[in-house]
Write a protein that binds this ligand. Structure first.
Ligand code: PLP
Length: 431
């Protein structure tokens, strides 16, 4: 009997399409799972909220005013009239696009002016700016290191640092968060097996708001013949009497660190990232790092904005002092109310750890209803069981803002916990 294979063939084709198309190329993303779970429990999706104005200490959403603890405007410089003026001038002169990669298409004066200002800030030879902070880390580590090398990074290092390490093909060693003993043990055991090696840390950790032991990291880098990269995304403008970052906090000679990295999207009120260091390193990156060579240059308007923000930071250290004062106030007030602030040291980033991801979600929702905007941070951004609300503090926050927010947190945690407990209780026999 002649067999009709057509329907089998059709269904095989459909099957093939199903598995090769996007539809379910991979398992659901962690955030997607959380949002779905939250929906089932009656939680509104907290992602992609649309603000009606600039990212500042207060914000407008849906016509309502909120105290905003999800801003990176640490020094209250975003929307400063001098920035607007600098951007307007640059736009008139150079337009809004760099047009091409700087290597081939050429650059504009704001590019070099910003790079020079950052190199001077760190008292190092030179600087390279990339179009994003994430790209700066991925491209720098991915390009500089290779299969025979080793990258030793803090266990809580930002995703961009870890992705850079993956891309490089180097062996990746993740040491216990902020634990130099754990790092030294790895270096002692593994360093000799590799050609080049680098230690990678942050100047102020973005999830926990704590500071690394930079003097010890420098000693280890020397002892084990490594390079050292410090990501100052959250420490530039935040640490040290004039905001010069973690090296000013410790009083360290900046040339002791091989690469100073930071994003320009936080205290510098723009977008992009930089590496500052020796002429040899910067020349090497400018001629080879793919995120620079094969990517468009930073828009000159953004370079002009960042340069102006840096000028303002250096001219007005009182902004740094205000930020440090209000951050310390936040930490102490939270602790006085019995909240778990983890390892935070009271510099611009303070988490309130609640443990369960759904409790963090419901707590954020309750605060939002009370006019406080603070984002929940859940797995995979932090370890399971350490979900939190992360508060970014700005120099423009007042003590009253802090008390209003934290008093609301204290009142709402039991309610958020009760919603989750009730759900678990009602569904404990579900398959
Ligand atoms: C520590 C750290 N490094 C790098 C980045 C990436 O910077 P950008 O957002 O400018 O791409 C971030 C972003 O939040 C960060 O927190």
């Amino acid at each position: 009997m002649k067999k009709d294979h057509s329907s089998q063939a059709d269904s095989a084709q459909v099957q093939g399409r199903r598995s090769s198309g996007f539809n379910r190329m991979r398992s659901k993303l962690s955030f997607e799972r959380l949002v779905e779970m939250g929906n089932k429990m009656g939680l509104e999706n907290p992602l992609f909220v649309c603000h009606e104005g600039a990212a500042k200490a207060t914000t407008r959403i849906g016509g309502k005013e909120y105290i905003n603890f999800s801003t990176y405007d640490y020094l209250d410089i975003n929307t400063h009239p001098e920035l607007t003026e600098a951007v307007t001038e640059a736009a008139k002169m150079y337009g809004t696009s760099a047009g091409a990669s700087r290597l081939v298409g050429g650059e504009r004066p704001p590019h070099r002016a910003l790079e020079r200002a950052i190199a001077d800030l760190y008292q190092v030879d030179d600087c390279i700016i990339y179009v994003s902070g994430h790209a700066a880390n991925v491209s720098t580590l991915g390009f500089m290191f290779g299969a025979r090398d080793a990258i030793f990074h803090d266990g809580l290092a930002h995703n961009s640092l870890v992705q850079g390490a993956f891309l490089s093909g180097a062996t990746r060693y993740s040491y216990n968060h902020n634990d130099c003993d754990s790092l030294e043990e790895m270096l002692r055991e593994k360093r000799d097996q590799h050609k080049h090696a680098i230690i990678v840390t942050e100047g102020l950790f973005s999830m926990d708001g704590n500071i690394p032991d930079l003097p010890r990291l420098i000693a280890l880098k020397k002892k084990y013949d490594c390079m050292l990269l410090v990501d100052e995304a959250h420490s530039l403008g935040v640490l040290g009497p004039t905001g010069r970052g973690v090296r000013e906090y410790f009083g360290i000679d900046p040339t002791e660190v091989d690469m100073w990295m930071s994003t320009l999207s936080k205290s510098m009120c723009g977008c992009g990232g930089f590496i500052a260091g020796s002429k040899e390193i910067i020349d090497f990156l400018k001629l080879g790092s793919p995120g620079f060579v094969f990517s468009v240059g930073m828009p000159p308007v953004i370079a002009a904005a960042c340069k102006k923000a840096l000028d303002i930071m250096l001219r007005e250290p009182e902004r740094v002092h205000k930020l440090q004062h209000i951050s310390q106030y936040f930490l102490k007030y939270a602790q006085s109310k019995g909240l778990d602030t983890g390892a935070a040291q009271g510099y611009a980033v303070v988490p309130v750890i609640v443990g369960n991801s759904m409790v963090a979600g419901f707590l954020a929702q309750a605060l939002f209803r009370r006019g406080v905007f603070a984002m929940p941070i859940t797995f995979p951004a932090v370890k399971e069981g350490t979900a939190r609300l992360r508060f970014f503090i700005s120099a423009a926050h007042t003590e009253e803002h802090v008390r209003t927010a934290l008093d609301a947190v204290v009142e709402e945690i039991p309610h958020a916990q009760a919603i989750v407990d009730a759900y678990v209780q009602a569904h404990q026999n579900d398959a």
